[in-house]
Ligand binder design. Sequence first.
Ligand code: SF4
Length: 435
Amino acid sequence: MSHTATTENKASVAQNIGRIARKQSNQSACGTDLAEPTWDFDRIPGYGPGASARDIIPLNAPTQGTLPAEYREASDEELHQRIQAAKDTLQDKLVILGHFYQRDEVVQLADYVGDSFQLAKAALAHPDAEAIVFCGVHFMAETADMLSNPNQHVILPNLAAGCSMADMANIDQVEDAWEQLVEIYGDEADAEGRVPLVPVTYMNSSAAIKAFCGRNGGIVCTSSNASTVLEWAFERGQRVIFFPDQHLGRNTAKAMGISLEDMPLWRPNLPLGGNTEDALERAKVILWNGFCSVHKRFTVKQIEQAREQYPDVRVIVHPECPMDVVDAADESGSTDYIRKAVEAAPAGSTIAIGTEINLVQRLAAEYPQHTIFCLDDVVCPCSTMYRIHPGYLAWVLEGLVAGEVRNRISVDAAVAEPARVALERMLAALPAVRS
Ligand code: SF4
């Protein structure tokens, strides 16, 4: 395995996957069908090829109809030109948002590139844009819809672009868990006025879970502000239940000095989440049994191999990685943290990164003065984000040019209102960070 700069890390992830499929590269990908046009695997229920392919997709997960042949058959160049032409026509009526983990072919055409929260903020900064096209996944488009002006249309180019982690906590399971916990803890505040339990959800969750948190005195967090949000929650509550990413919850709480024994895992299909009443009484943070299939791929062994190959390597991983990986790394932080760390690194640095491959390869291309590589040598993009093929982007944009809004994501007011409360609590908890 070689991590030095190669043709591979100068090409886009999609181009690399194509080279792997044609056996023109020594690298490997986590799913050979990733090289197929996305509409081929969009017909199959599931999360598509890649690391999350084995996760159980909810029965009611949105699906995408077949894209018209003119988009499926168009070359990359033609799609690029058609998207650009639609942008030129729509001008300020349109904002295209591209997530850090999105394909290069799409990111090149985005007006803003960032994490889900930065992109929702970018949408807020354009109250006059009639259409916000969110090139990310479903929960991100929902958040943008809830934070944007009611007259704006938020569009997800491919409705099948969900998130396996967000789908790991559904509202019925969450309400059932809450009922069981309220039965144990009651609802009386302690002498300091702290309620027994505060729900906290990661941004990577459905609007329904955010609304649940809003209704029950809870809050939303991102990977950049999780510890500040947990502090907010502990000022108001004796315990926290953290949805849906156990790793972000565990890594954050551990760094705050909470012991692992006080962080039971809640398995939604088991009574009491698979815990004893005693363990739940002692708990400080109850971790929902969810994870990101992309970040779960990173291992301590990969870090050891990187250090063997480059003794001076700096290892930075995302906090969605398992705890042993975060502990073995030199640093951990959000995508924004990783970007800034690379930007500030002295020229000639060697940096191994544990996060989604599209972001890592883009950083490697943007900072050729460093040696930057992904800890996982198997090319494995977020397979749901990858579903935003330029063909879908061209289709929704040309729809807008023709006066037709395709794939609008609209959160019901009964859900959006309490979800906004939870989001606003986060904003109020973090004015200095997010202003
Ligand atoms: S990288 Fe993981 S958490 Fe992010 S959208 Fe993909 S599956 Fe979901």
